[in-house]
Design a protein around this ligand. Structure first.
Ligand SMILES: Cc1cc2nc3c(=O)[nH]c(=O)nc-3n(C[C@H](O)[C@H](O)[C@H](O)COP(=O)(O)OP(=O)(O)OC[C@H]3O[C@@H](n4cnc5c(N)ncnc54)[C@H](O)[C@@H]3O)c2cc1C
Ligand code: SF4
Length: 453
């Protein structure tokens, strides 16, 4: 597979392994929405804690008891406002946040005898109507006359853009792809965000006005950081992780060996999943969220055998215990303490992978495969950013920022996956964008309004 995609012409890799009905059921909404009576019952379970630990655990600091109280009193619009004023992607986060390690883990009702309040589902219940009817809850402040460049139209960039637009600034989003949304549109598992929700949310965010979008525009190719600094009053970098880690094996360039994120993006954009080529035996190398997503989705597309192979134990996997169990209940096998040593090919196509034990030196095993997905992490694609990295202080290959998401370069802020020290979650990217916008606003106010320049 020289172009990074499984070839469709092999007997063991073919489209249409499952019928349309089965595919529809496998990719149906992972957590269907609550009915009104279910929502009231769950809202009633909340103790409305003072100094609520669930709010402290939320990276965007949503007033969780506050929005639950409004659901109880039937004020859904007010509830959605409480959520979205802290997290404009509160609709997506209600679907994709690992709540089991965030707000719901912190919920005081989360004990051995009880279960947490279903905060994620309640958040979805409160926000769904707003997105469905495109009800604008936020207004722009009067035009500030200042213009800010955003690089990257993912969660970090869009959150920053929305908050700046609210504060009256004009924003220009530069995005290479055709669609905005970043990994919400091209990465998150299809069963977490069905019905084109990512696109509807983007439409809602842009609905505030004052946000100009330039697709087909990449930093490093069409524009440089220096040009943006000269042309705009401030710059926000939210270009995520466009590079993918390789296995570092000489035998890697074989047909049938693909980057998990590339295949996931193809899956998310495909109008007809029955046309996607699917391997019969799929091996996934990695132990994070991307590995879980490609493994579960390969199974959902009809692969017979899907096995995740990880170099350490299940405890050390970046994927949460909940996600691991989810993958196992969807039929994914897991092998641990193994690292790939050689990809074994026949006529240029992968046939098997030889692994070595990371615990018992010299011990090896071979697993057959029609397709091998690499899911061992993403990185900033500095090589495509034409010297941008040399202008900024970096840490471990990502951008170093302070608590206001300011970089080492004057007038430049950054957030989301491309900065050092984050969680690599949608909700953290949204928080970074918000904090950067507030800091940009403060800086511009001091420079132009308060100072009267
Ligand atoms: C497969 C997968 C599944 C995931 N599942 C979950 C999940 O279930 N829950 C969760 O919370 N998180 C999940 N994540 C993580 C989450 O998607 C990210 O943390 C989040 O999208 C980061 O937002 P961002 O804006 O920093 O980056 P991105 O979403 O990557 O957006 C970056 C944007 O910048 C653009 N860009 C790239 N290069 C340039 C350039 N040179 N010039 C201009 N623009 C550029 C990109 O096209 C993109 O639109 C998942 C990630 C992956 C890979
Ligand atoms: S911790 Fe649980 S019970 Fe307490 S306010 Fe939060 S959701 Fe309600």
């Amino acid at each position: 597979m020289s172009n990074g995609k499984p070839a469709a012409d092999d007997a063991d890799i073919r489209p249409g392994r499952l019928g349309k009905d089965e595919l529809a059921s496998n990719f149906a909404d992972m957590h269907p929405p609550l009915t009104p009576s279910e929502a009231i019952i769950d809202a009633d379970r909340c103790y409305f804690c003072y100094d609520a630990p669930c709010t402290t655990a939320c990276p965007t600091g949503i007033d969780i008891p506050g929005f639950i109280q409004k659901i109880r009193s039937g004020n859904l619009k007010g509830s959605a406002h409480t959520i979205l004023r802290e997290n404009i992607m509160g609709g997506m986060c209600a679907r994709v946040c690992p709540t089991e390690v965030l707000c719901e883990e912190a919920c005081v009702r989360n004990t051995h005898e009880d279960r947490p309040v279903r905060i994620g589902l309640l958040q979805r219940y409160a926000t769904d109507a707003v997105f469905k009817n495109n009800t604008q809850l936020f207004k722009r402040a009067p035009d500030s006359g200042r213009t800010v460049a955003i690089v990257g139209g993912g969660p970090a960039g869009l959150s920053c853009a929305h908050r700046l637009a609210m504060l009256g600034h004009h924003v220009v989003v530069h995005e290479p792809k055709d669609k905005l949304g970043g990994l919400n549109e091209y990465g998150i598992a299809a069963y977490k965000t069905p019905d084109d929700f990512a696109a509807r949310e983007v439409e809602y965010i842009l609905g505030i006005g004052g946000i100009e979008v330039r697709t087909g525009t990449a930093l490093g190719k069409h524009i440089s950081l220096q040009e943006l600094r000269e042309q705009y009053d401030a710059v926000f970098l939210g270009f995520g992780l466009a590079g993918v880690n390789g296995l570092g094996l000489e035998s890697e360039p074989l047909d049938g060996v693909a980057n998990a994120v590339d295949y996931i993006a193809e899956l998310r954009q495909s109008a007809d999943k029955s046309k996607l080529p699917v391997g019969r035996r799929v091996l996934v190398i990695g132990g994070g969220m991307t590995a879980i997503d490609i493994a579960v989705q390969s199974k959902a597309l009809g692969a017979d055998e899907v096995t995740m192979v990880y170099r350490r134990g299940q405890e050390q996997m970046a994927a949460s215990r909940y996600e691991q169990e989810f993958a196992q209940t969807r039929g994914v096998g897991v092998r641990t303490w193994l690292r790939p040593r050689t990809l074994i090919g026949l006529n240029g196509r992968v046939r098997a992978v030889e692994f070595e034990s990371t615990r018992t030196p010299g011990e090896t095993c071979t697993l057959d495969a029609d397709v091998v997905f690499k899911a061992i992490g993403q990185k900033v694609a500095w090589e495509r950013l034409a010297g941008t990295g040399e202008l900024l202080e970096l840490r471990d290959g990502r951008i170093a920022v302070d608590e206001d998401r300011k970089t080492s370069l004057g007038g430049v802020w950054a957030g989301g996956d491309c900065v050092y020290g984050g969680e690599d979650l949608t909700v953290s990217a949204v928080q970074d964008g918000k904090l950067a916008a507030l800091s940009i606003h403060k800086t511009l106010s001091e420079r132009f309004l308060v100072g009267g320049a």
